[in-house]
Ligand binder design. Structure first.
Ligand code: ADP
Length: 643
């Protein structure tokens, strides 16, 4: 088969097929967005051409007026979006329009439920792009030719949006891409000039490339003259620019409406939803640059994918340089979308050079600060509680901050939100400032407990004494929490203290309590000794507890040992973790322990002791090393009961 002119029929990748189907059905209520998506792609293609022609000016091919054209044919019922941008080769067409390269797509599709409302929310998160054409068209043609290629190397792609598409060779003198939509019967409104103009104004005003349409015919004087005109050979149509066509961030803030900011966000982020907040700044001085940063309202489906693209769109003196310039923000702010336009960087800067450039380093510090300030402001403004939305979507990512960004640790800590025993609710809505404000007199530390999930944290036996004394404890149960607390260490001069770690000291709060417990400990020395003999293999130490009021026992981590949540995460990831046994703390006042103390039969004592240990492990969400042995011991006791 001739690689250039031959026609080939190919199947869509499975994911592309599923996505197409879904999109056509779930986005039907918002059909006009297809135009935004196509114009957005065309504008990206022109940006790419501009960039590539910096190093190879022949790519411009005498065709230097970069523009997007939208043409309508009321008779054929088509709408065509053309650009003279970078274009695509045959292989690129097949790859870009036949597959969905983004990692995690299969998982994303698996998360769809078939419930339209729910799914259309999700699809917005995915970003639909080119495929949105099929919302309004039952047949789509793409004509494309890569910049720099021969006119004869054009490609014709066509599909009805079902299982297959065809590709064939095409003679295409003009560089770039045209997307021709054959409108569905009930979508013919999109061949109407006024309708289309208003859509372009609405969604694409901020696109820096001119979006052009044919000038509407001058109003006819009377019916006859109109009819006459039709007979004349058609003059070359005159085009006019519909959109504002200046890069949005170069305009002054006061001239830009919220709608324009929002639409620009949707263009760069491929998100359907509105952003929560943005910050637009021009910096002058040693370094000159403009930044426009957005906080999205929703996490993308692939936020947790390691190889997901992140970062800002980089421009140098208005010229697009690259997408996903990740050097301008730290990893824990990877959810931020936006643009940075520098006057200082070189036009042919590469990713590698970006990494070492001191100017980039100081821009990064300033942009990081800007984002943290934006979040701080949002957290303070209670209106509509956007910060709660932010926290729900991105709080987990922000929690990586203290480990990554030492210099902003305190600031990040102030932005964190927690569940605590003050509310006992799963919503993480309490700040450390809130906690400090409620600290008891004489309390010197910020207490926290880490567990597998919220319930386990909330019901942890370690909290008993705290609840009794009305001391607030942070309830942590997110995967990153142990990691976070390893780096946080202190806030506003107050140290953090894991309530399940080391000896418990409530400061001056509980002198009396302490005394009575010390006496208890003395009294229970022989019990502890006996337990130690039975459980020696499993525990590092056994001691009388000052934490428990209701439970018989709990496990405590040694002062310098790894926390149990961290241990479980590392073990699950197949990592070797240093051996360290827990400390078993028992509550000598508990009836079960009293019973144990009085048990003369050594075998029964051993059974009971093991059960007490296993239960302490279970209560903190741990896994028994020998569950069958636990069950059989317990059953033995149950049978004795019923005898
Ligand atoms: P996205 O724009 O999110 O990457 P799309 O499905 O819209 O996803 O497009 C897929 C790819 O097809 C783009 O990344 C781009 O490489 C290519 N493409 C789409 N439209 C054009 C165009 N007008 N000119 C050149 N390439 C295009």
């Amino acid at each position: 088969m001739d690689a250039v002119t031959g026609e080939e029929t190919l199947g869509f990748q499975t994911e592309a097929k599923q996505l197409l189907h879904l999109m056509i059905h779930s986005l039907y209520s918002n059909r006009e967005i297809f135009l935004r998506e196509l114009i957005s792609n065309a504008s990206d293609a022109i940006d790419k051409l501009r960039f590539e022609s910096l190093s190879d000016s022949s790519l411009m091919e005498e065709d230097t007026e970069l523009a997007i054209r939208v043409e309508l044919d009321g008779d054929a019922k088509t709408i065509t979006v053309s650009d003279n941008g970078i274009g695509m080769s045959r292989d690129e067409v097949v790859e870009h329009l036949g597959t969905i390269a983004r990692s995690g797509t299969a998982e994303f599709l698996a998360s769809l439920t078939g419930d339209q409302q729910h799914d259309s929310q999700l699809i917005g998160q995915f970003g639909v792009g080119f495929y949105s054409s099929f919302i309004v068209a039952d047949r789509v043609e793409v004509h494309s030719r890569r910049a720099g290629a021969e006119a004869g190397e054009g490609v014709h792609w066509e599909s009805t949006g079902e299982a297959e598409f065809t590709v064939a060779g095409l003679d295409k003198p003009q560089r770039g891409t045209s997307v021709i939509l054959h409108l569905k019967k009930d979508c013919e409104e999109f061949a109407d000039s006024w309708r289309v103009r208003s859509i372009i104004k609405k969604y694409s005003d901020h696109i820096s490339v001119p979006v052009m349409m044919e000038k509407p015919p001058a109003p006819a004087e009377d019916e006859d003259s109109q009819a006459e005109k039709k007979e004349e050979p058609a003059a070359a149509p005159e085009f006019e620019t519909i959109n504002e066509a200046t890069a949005l961030w170069t305009r002054s803030r006061s001239d830009i409406s919220d709608e324009e900011y929002t639409e620009f966000y949707k263009h760069i982020s491929h998100d359907f939803e509105e952003p929560l907040k943005w910050s637009h700044n021009r910096i002058e001085g040693k370094l000159e640059y403009t930044s426009l940063l957005y906080i999205p309202g929703r996490a993308p489906f692939d936020l947790w994918n390691r190889d997901t693209s992140r970062g800002l769109k980089l421009y140098v003196q208005r010229t697009f340089i690259m997408d996903d310039a990740e050097q301008f923000l730290p990893l824990y702010l990877r959810f931020i979308k936006g643009v940075v336009d520098s006057n200082d960087l070189s036009l042919n800067i590469s990713r590698e050079i970006l990494q070492q450039d001191p100017a980039v380093e100081s821009m990064r510090a300033a942009l990081t600060k800007r984002v943290l300030d934006m979040l701080g402001k949002m957290a303070k403004a209670k209106k509509g509680d956007r910060y709660a939305v932010f926290w729900k979507e991105f709080g987990q990512v922000l929690k990586e901050g203290p480990a990554e960004d030492f210099s902003n640790k305190e600031k990040i800590a102030g932005l964190l939100r927690f569940s605590t025993t003050h509310t006992d609710r799963e919503d993480q809505d309490q700040s450390l400032q809130d906690y400090l404000g409620r600290m008891k007199e004489g309390q010197e530390k910020i207490f926290y407990v880490v567990a597998e999930n919220f319930k386990t944290a909330k019901n942890s036996p370690h909290l008993e004494v705290f609840r009794k004394q009305g001391i607030e404890v942070l309830l942590l149960s997110d995967r990153v929490d142990d990691w976070l607390m390893n780096h946080l260490l202190e806030f506003d001069g107050k140290h953090f203290q894991d309530v399940a770690r080391g000896e418990l000291d409530l400061g001056e709060l509980s002198e009396e309590e302490k005394k009575s417990r010390e006496e208890l400990a003395k009294a229970s020395a022989s019990l502890v000794e006996r337990l130690q003999q039975v459980l020696d293999e499993q525990v590092q130490e056994i001691r009388a507890s000052t934490r428990l009021t209701e439970s018989p026992a709990c496990l405590v981590v040694g002062e310098h040992d790894m926390g149990s949540q961290m241990r479980r995460i590392l073990e699950a990831a197949g990592q070797k973790v240093p051996d360290s046994k827990p400390i078993l703390e028992v509550n000598p006042g508990h009836p079960l322990l009293e019973k144990l103390d009085a048990e003369p039969d050594e075998e029964r004592f051993a059974d009971l002791a093991n059960i007490v240990f296993d239960q302490a492990l279970l209560a903190e969400g741990g896994q028994l090393s020998d569950p069958a042995a636990y069950v059989s011991r317990l059953n033995k006791l149950l049978l004795e009961l019923s005898n």
